[in-house]
Ligand binder design. Structure first.
Ligand SMILES: NC(=O)c1ccc[n+]([C@@H]2O[C@H](COP(=O)([O-])OP(=O)(O)OC[C@H]3O[C@@H](n4cnc5c(N)ncnc54)[C@H](OP(=O)(O)O)[C@@H]3O)[C@@H](O)[C@H]2O)c1
Length: 273
């Protein structure tokens, strides 16, 4: 991989994303860090700059609960030379909450917003290839998706919403891997481990291991040859995700529904495949 391109990490202000940004900064990698809170993002960028003054650090601020805000923010940085995108930001909530876009919050933040930004950054990733897209999914992904329910706007909450969003992460990763196969852009999904972060505490109580372990898993994916694509990684090897994720029909259906959901809020991207 080219060294001088940017690695963009979503959700780099806390937990796994913050640790990954910190380790990459120490190694001299140029970073674009994303966060939803302006002050927290500024503070994070400052601390990373203090760690290594030789690298370039840029920021992008967007709350993924607002798709228009997300689109506008990422449009601003789409011309940067990005050769690695780490789709990491995520949330878990027990209650059912709808976003300003009328969608279930966990689904939108974990899946749909990343679907949107990946497309916005696609031209840069292709132009700066060899490139990588690393999707931070979870072993807590669902075994299937009720597409009809999603189309009808029937929302899940709590663990149901979270595991659905994580299966959509994997379906999207596998679909993009197929589409980008001849473009020298690899796309892999991974389970980072059970890691002690605020997301885990919110959903499962504090019972995970250190963020260092999650970083090592992301580093493992980052160092894989770009010929390894369309895989689900766990415990530092290729493993099997839910059977449902390997069906091209399911991948395509998830893709089409996501695209329609964006169109419904008047977001049409020219780089749709
Ligand atoms: N922890 C685990 O055991 C575990 C296991 C499997 C998968 N994962 C996955 O790992 C990823 C990172 O999670 P984590 O455990 O590191 O959680 P975390 O410590 O809570 O960090 C989540 C990051 O996402 C950002 N974020 C949350 N809601 C957002 C929104 N509406 N818009 C934009 N950004 C938002 C957070 O911003 P703030 O800093 O402003 O809160 C933070 O930077 C997630 O995709 C999660 O599903 C985690």
């Amino acid at each position: 991989m080219k060294n001088n391109g940017f690695i963009l990490i979503t959700g780099a202000t806390d937990g796994i994303g913050l640790r990954t940004a910190t380790e990459f900064a120490k190694q001299g990698k140029n970073l674009i860090i994303h966060g939803r809170n302006k002050e927290k993002l500024k503070e994070t960028a400052k601390r990373l700059e203090e760690l290594n003054s030789k690298i370039v650090i840029k920021t992008v601020c967007a709350d993924f609960e607002n798709l228009k805000e997300t689109k506008d923010a990422f449009e601003q940085i789409k011309k940067e030379s990005i050769n690695c995108l780490i789709n990491n930001a995520g949330c878990f909530t027990h209650e059912l909450k709808l976003t300003i876009d009328g969608l279930e919050r966990t689904y939108q933040v974990n899946h749909l917003a990343h679907f949107l930004i990946t497309h916005i950054l696609l031209d840069s990733l292709i132009k700066n290839a060899p490139s990588k897209i690393i999707v931070v999914a979870s072993m807590a992904h669902a075994s299937n998706v009720d597409f009809k329910a999603i189309e009808k706007g029937h929302f899940l909450k709590s663990y149901g919403a979270y595991s659905l969003s994580k299966l959509c992460n994997i379906l999207f990763a596998f679909k993009m891997a197929r589409e980008l196969k001849d473009r020298n852009v690899s796309v892999n999904a991974l389970h980072p481990g059970v890691i002690n972060t605020k997301l885990l505490i919110e959903g499962w109580g504090a019972c995970g291991s250190s963020v260092e372990n999650a970083y090592k898993m992301i580093e493992f994916a980052y160092n894989l040859d770009t010929s390894i694509t369309g895989q689900y990684l766990k415990d530092f090897r290729i493993q099997k995700a839910a059977d449902f994720a390997y069906s091209k029909e399911n991948q395509d259906r998830c893709y089409e529904i996501s695209k329609k959901q964006l169109e419904k809020v008047k977001i049409c991207l020219t780089s749709f495949l």
